[in-house]
Design a protein around this ligand. Sequence first.
Ligand code: ADP
Length: 672
Amino acid sequence: MDIDGLLERSELHAILSCIADGVIVTDKKGKLFHLSSAAEKMLGIEKSEVIGRSISIPRLLGQKTPPLKSLLVCWKTRDCKFLECPVHGQNDSRCWTSLGTFCGGKTQKTFQDKLNCCPDCEIYQVNSEILKEPLRTLVEEVTIEKPTRKVFKVKTSPALDKEGNPLGYVRTIHDITLEKEVDLMKSEFISTVSHEFRIPLTSIKGYVDLMLEGDAGDINETQQEFLAIVKKNSDRLINLINDFLDISRIESGRIQFKMVSLNIGEVIEEVITSFGELMERKGMILNLSIPEGLPQVRADHDRIIQVLNNLVSNAIKYTDAGGKITVAVGQDGNHLVISVSDTGLGISPEDQRNLFDKFYRVDSTLTQEIGGSGLGLSICKTIVERHDGDIWVNSEAGKGSTFSFSLPVFKKAKRPRPKLIKQGMRILVVDDEPDIANLIQVYLQKEGYYVIKAFDGEEALELARKEKPDLITLDIMMEGMDGFEVLRRLKADSSTASIPVVVISAILDEEKGYRLGAADYLAKSIDEDKLTYTINRLLGRVDEGRKKVLIVDDDQDIVAFLATSLERKGFTVLKAYDGDEGIRVAKSEVPDLMLLDLRMPNVNGYQVIEVLKKHDKTSQIPIIVMTAYDFDESKTEILNLTAEQLSKPFSMRILTSKIRDLMRERQSRGDR
Ligand code: ADP
């Protein structure tokens, strides 16, 4: 029986016309046999105009030319979620990618040739005419612009006879315009509210940090404990708001992905460094397995940082103190696979199925105690899929988890990892915890120092005598000979006595340290700024003139907390409370760096940048822009003139490290 035979029965017609969704029935080749009255109304076409004609569905739905993407869909790749044609590979000109993008020639004939080249892919749709039937319902979203903008959800299912042979196709069309509008309004609402929350939170976080660091005078233990709770919860709120914003931005397409060629090893190191302190506090062991000579990937740097941050922070969060975390990279064909493994809670098979859904959190007391929004993994999934990659989990409850994601390899470049500049100064780092020694090494290498490591007292003394380093950092609590004894022996030996020693220890016995001859005494956990500042100062690498930073922001609370924090770090601070004043101060004082808010009344941040970059005197001042709102995409050219862009609220640690990097860069260029 044919599909028209099937439709001859008037009861069936009657039933089809009662369905509220539009119904379109075609034969195998796309010839139209039935268009329900609801479909007529939705699409604004007359049944008599189209019945019996082979009219393509996109044209029926008002699309002028079907986009190239819909020319061809490889069923097998789509179904299996392979990232490329299993036979010819993604970039073979004979084939096409999983998204259905036709990578070959444009004409039908060429297409047919190519089609024949790939017997392994089951092709079912060309120019919307069915060649081979889809085996299950296919769901698509179609937008028409005329006469009014409408969005439809179109479901295509095969109509089969009793023996299961395909007769044709039934498409149902459901109008989702209103849902889409509500979705957009919802995401705009979330975006506005979240942005407004970020401004007061910048001050709350800033001042709590200052109080905790002792800038408002001494605080007792109870006050410290209470403030730590405020800090923890404001950080939680900030994370939640950032997650909301990310979801709404990504879903509404407001985030433009800047695809560049990336060295994934460097990106991983960047992420791991930022977690060093937290891992150290939890006594966790970190394993990195990044083989040399990996190809670069094609990805958006900030978004991949976001994915890795989320996976690593989850691994730390959901693993007990003392656990092990491994970050590994491997190559699988045209993709690099990055995996983050932990020895933590693990996840049951049922939970694994829903893990990447929005707001899904494993329902256990422990997870509830740890806290979180359940949005992180769903953001990761969206980001990875926008890169044409995949994300998955392998886990066993109680034994730990491995989250992996794949990214396509960047075809052209194979850039060697840039070597770190050694400036001739050598530092011996002594710590029996390899992870801490590695962390200190990362901080010091960033400053251009060459690092030698010793993991116990004996080795430290031997290396100090043999290598004569310019400085030694020394842990106190070590197995065998402790740090105080090492210090005493170093100072007693004439060949090592003059080497400055910086003690870095959780044991706060500064008096003893100084008595034994330490040049400085730093407390663990390690503050990168304090460490590098102290070492640079001891090795005579600190500019005597204090660097001037100009802060321009109309929010007085934010200016005050930034000023206090930066003054503490040794900067001279200039302040301005609107764009005009900012320009005036920048011209008269020519600061070494400027922190600039973008949204200000009258003269806004974008205008300030334009003015300053035009004047010789001020054009070289590095500008860090900060905003609680989205960066204005139409102002990208202006933003490109700035050195860094930060979203409020940000951590002072990140800000100061960016400031120092920029100052260092300027100094090495000899700008000032
Ligand atoms: P959040 O951690 O903020 O709750 P995510 O989307 O990042 O949100 O994670 C969703 C859920 O997946 C978490 O609540 C947790 O139950 C589980 N999960 C994620 N990563 C791990 C992990 N490494 N080990 C165990 N469970 C995890």
